[in-house]
Design a protein around this ligand. Structure first.
Ligand code: 1CP
Length: 333
């Protein structure tokens, strides 16, 4: 059995499998080389030969326990016929959203638009490099996708003033997203994904009182669905204040924690397997500090089912020698 599942399903505490959020891409020169020749990011995600090659790049360098498919959470809005572009030094830029068209969209048309993603998974699964490793499929949580679809760009700076104006629109889109996210999850599993991670990167933007409607209920529906397919599901509600309440309600198989939460609080209050936590910025410092900070997480979760990971995606400026060191030290712990 692959190591992540030994933690997720068997709740094993004596091992510390490791993978790294956003491990494929950005900081790797071999990724940058492919990316420089493929300026259209969506097209790159829809190219199974290149996407599978990028997925496997980090596995060739480091002794990681899982591959995460090279794709993007915004491939779902793209599949729903909303225009999605990735602009250099700006990030994602989405087009206008047509609710009527989106409501009438057929499942077959959606799948056809993003079909190469499933072919990529197939290629990854067949490759000897993933033998005895987990293959992680993923989706954006309904709330985080709603944010991009309505805001039409990253909410890094802020949400547009009119974001909450049309309650009917927001709730209709959540329903549409739930339907198509299930399709996307099922197809990823059918084609080789043996774990699903749900990224709720912008959960921290919400007021506490809005979490049930936008985060808990829609995510719980997806979590139940993944479980019904017999596959473990990891949730990453970045930036929320109350991880315990989230786990009690949403009940994922594992919770991925961001770098702002206190790991001691998590160990004390959360019983399910935990993943992540280490601040990605620590990888930009020296080996001595990296060792100290990573050891802190390993020590805290010594007797808890724990998957080593960062508390958000690895930064583009990360030095490869530090990643090498980190993977080795977690394995040797
Ligand atoms: O290991 C991997 O890189 C796997 C593939 C992967 C994943 C899991 C990519 C490739 N994106 C994602 C998830 C993703 N995409 C999230 C959730 C995780 C997180 O919070 O980091 C989010 C919010 C996105 C949206 C997105 N796509 C952004 C963030 C914009 C913002 O609001 O700050 C960006 C920059 C992208 C483009 C993208 N996706 C992936 C890569 C390698 C890139 C960079 C493309 C480039 O070279 O310009």
């Amino acid at each position: 059995m692959s190591l992540l599942n030994d933690v997720l399903i068997n709740k094993k505490t004596s091992i510390n499998p490791i993978w790294i959020m956003r491990q494929a891409g950005r900081y790797l020169p071999e990724f940058r080389e492919i990316r420089s020749k493929n300026t259209d990011f969506i097209k790159l995600c829809l190219n199974p030969d290149l996407s599978s090659e990028i997925t496997l790049q980090p596995l060739k360098r480091f002794d990681l326990d899982a591959a995460i498919i090279f794709s993007d959470i915004l491939m779902v809005p793209y599949g729903l016929n909303q225009k999605v572009e990735f602009k250099k030094s700006f990030g994602p830029l989405l087009g206008d959203l047509n609710l009527k068209e989106m409501s009438e969209l057929d499942e077959i048309d959606f799948v056809q638009r993003i079909f190469p993603i499933y072919k990529t998974l197939n290629l990854i699964k067949k490759n000897p490099l993933t033998k005895n490793k987990n293959i992680i499929g993923f989706v954006g949580a309904p709330w985080t996708l709603l944010v991009y679809m309505i805001n039409k760009q990253s909410p890094k700076k802020q949400l547009i003033d009119t974001f909450y104006k049309d309650d009917f629109l927001l709730n209709r889109i959540l329903i549409i997203l739930e339907k198509f996210l299930k399709v996307h999850i099922k197809n990823q599993i059918d084609n080789g994904a043996d774990i699903i991670q749900i990224f709720d990167s912008w959960a921290g933007l919400l007021d506490q009182k809005d979490l049930p409607n936008y985060v808990y209920i829609p995510t719980l529906n997806l979590v139940d669905y993944v479980k019904s397919l017999g596959v473990p599901v990891i949730c990453f509600p970045r930036g929320i204040k109350d991880y315990k309440n989230y786990c009690d309600i949403v009940k994922p198989d594992a919770i991925c924690i961001d770098y702002e939460v206190d790991p001691l609080y998590i160990r004390k209050n959360i019983q399910i397997p935990v993943q992540g936590g280490l601040d990605p910025k620590i990888l930009l410092t020296d080996i001595k500090n990296l060792k100290k900070e990573a050891t802190r997480y390993l020590d805290i979760f010594k007797d808890h089912p724990y998957i080593f990971n960062l508390g958000h995606g690895i930064l583009p400026e990360t030095n490869i020698a530090n990643v090498e060191y980190l993977v080795k030290m977690v394995k040797d712990y």
